[in-house]
Design a protein around this ligand. Structure first.
Ligand code: GLA
Length: 389
């Protein structure tokens, strides 16, 4: 849900709650958006990724009702109010697509055997929409945290993430991996996360001091994203089957050098991206620990080229935007497209001193195919989903 810049999501959720429901909320919960620094489409191949949660949130103000009705106020969408009974499908129209995520989460909770009672929820956020920063994961997890707080349920962050992924897979119809929800659930202030998408092990990696995290929204609508995303999944599965492994995670160097050449050309390139980008995550973790922004930049550039040439999920305007930002940064950091592809954002890690120059270069040197300027967000690595009050 889009931001009204003068107030925080927390303030808007609390004030919206008061307006709509006539009394103060009992609990407040939040969950952040995420940006992926490296390791794209590796999650459903059970490889590594390296996201960080960012300081753009969805906040839910909540109080219980004494029946089974859930009322949901979307503070940033003109106070649109929806209601549904627990266990019943609400009427989701084009203008209330966001409600699917709320209903999906309630359905997942019930499927887990938890008794969900009625509730009043007011939702506000400042996550850019449609930019590939996982506004939906942050909505799912914020709702889950709010309902947990109301009902006194304890939940490990991994379980929270898996519940969010399930809500998205089953109820919102997107076959995403676990990257977005794990990032939102487990973010650590000032750190990226080396995420093992098989074991769900997470190792926080310190961002080198003085490094700016820039998220540059290309304003390119992410067309074809669902069909191309699913096609990439199928191609990766075909590659794993062709190599006789459970997932591309399991392809060793020797297996690749002996059998990689037997794959069909397109499938081979898809696999090469996944195998190399997962490896780059491990190298990036080492570079992070050494504070080596030069090596971090090299890996990010290679990752972009791999997405462009092997996985074919970039578009020319995004390639140009990443190259333009990289030109300003030189070898003092890196820039690459982030997220599922076909639009969305470029992520850059660069010395803080270069932020002004990057902004200026993007303002003068970039326009989307439909003539729009990019939006530059300077973000901080944030903590994971939690209860605020
Ligand atoms: C989307 C999906 C994630 C992940 C990324 C690509 O954000 O939701 O699960 O696959 O694309 O890395």
């Amino acid at each position: 849900m889009s931001a009204a810049p003068e107030t925080t999501p927390r303030e808007r959720a609390a004030q919206g709650f008061l307006r709509a429901f006539g009394g103060p909320a009992l609990r407040l919960a939040r969950a952040p958006a995420r940006v992926n620094l490296i390791g794209e489409h590796t999650d459903y191949n059970e490889g590594y990724a390296m996201p960080c949660a960012i300081d753009r949130d969805t906040v839910v103000a909540a109080a219980p009702r004494d029946d089974d009705v859930i009322e949901v106020l979307a503070c940033d969408l003109g106070d649109s109010l929806a209601r549904f009974r627990v266990g019943e499908a609400a009427d989701v129209s084009n203008s209330t697509q966001w409600l699917r995520y709320v209903q999906g989460m309630v359905a997942v909770l019930r499927a887990q055997g938890l008794a969900v009672g009625g509730a009043q929820l007011a939702i506000a956020g400042n996550v850019p929409q449609g930019a590939g920063l996982s506004s939906s994961a942050s909505l799912e997890l914020a709702v889950r945290q709010a309902l947990s707080a109301l009902n006194g349920w304890q939940l490990a962050p991994e379980a929270l993430a898996l519940a969010g992924q399930r809500a998205e897979n089953v109820y919102a119809g997107c076959q995403c991996g676990v990257l977005d929800q794990m990032s939102s659930a487990l973010g650590v202030v000032g750190h990226a996360l080396l995420l093992d998408c098989r074991s769900l092990d997470v190792q926080p990696m310190p961002l080198p001091s003085g490094t700016a995290v820039l998220v540059i929204d290309s304003k390119i609508q992410r067309g074809l994203v669902d069909s191309e995303y699913n096609l990439r999944r199928q191609q990766c599965e075909a590659a794993a089957a062709g190599l006789g492994v459970k997932a591309l995670r399991d392809v060793s160097d020797s297996l690749w050098s002996h059998r990689g050449g037997s794959l069909d050309g397109v499938v081979r390139r898809r696999a090469r991206h996944i195998i190399s980008d997962s490896r780059r995550c491990e190298l990036m973790a080492a570079a992070m620990q050494q504070g080596d922004l030069h090596e971090i930049g090299r890996l990010m550039r290679e990752s972009h080229w791999s997405m462009r040439d092997d996985f074919e999920i970039t578009v020319p305007a995004i390639d140009a935007l990443a190259a333009l930002v990289q030109d300003v940064i030189g070898d003092a950091g890196g820039a690459r497209m982030t997220g599922g592809g076909f639009g969305g954002c470029v992520i850059a890690l660069a010395p803080e001193a270069l932020v002004g120059e990057i902004r200026a270069a993007v303002a003068s040197g970039y326009r989307s195919p439909d003539g729009r300027a990019a939006e530059v967000h300077v973000c901080a690595a944030s903590g994971g989903a939690g209860v605020l009050a």
